[in-house]
Design a protein. Structure first.
Length: 141
């Protein structure tokens, strides 16, 4: 069962890691500019670096709480700005953006859980720990 933790972390982080090159593309900057993101040429690549750093941190379980907060910092503005389906009129676009919005909300929930409970077993964070984790304390009480 303890190997479900690294699998879960990897599945959560996978999207952020593989999407990184897109954040460096001209297309990503153009998409953000169309959504009225200010300084899109600067913010889109920076958000990609933030997402990559958070994703790698969570995936390997090193400073995973900080990595999860980085993912939260990435997800909140991206979800509200880039997937604002309530501002769109085309039914197909509204549907796709609503699905992406809801996917980001569930991902945000997972990141918030890791920010509070940590990486769990089979992680660098756990191997360095001498005090009980929040998960271990929850089992004790």
């Amino acid at each position: 069962m303890k190997f479900l933790f690294p699998l879960g972390r990897l599945l959560l982080a996978f999207n952020f890691i593989v999407a990184f090159p897109y954040h460096l593309s001209h297309e990503a900057v153009q998409d953000a500019a169309k959504q009225s993101v200010p300084l899109a040429g600067l913010l889109v690549p920076l958000s990609g670096v933030l997402a990559l750093a958070g994703g790698l941190s969570v995936a390997i379980g090193y400073k995973a709480r900080w990595g999860a907060w980085a993912l939260v910092a990435f997800l909140v503005p991206v979800t509200l700005w880039m997937h604002a389906f309530w501002n769109m009129s085309d039914p197909n676009t509204v549907f796709v953006e609503r699905v992406l919005f809801l996917k980001n909300l569930s991902t945000l929930g997972a990141a918030l859980l890791i920010s509070q409970f940590g990486a769990g077993p089979v992680s660098i964070d756990e191997s360095d720990r001498t005090e009980p984790t929040a998960l271990q304390r929850a089992k004790i009480t």
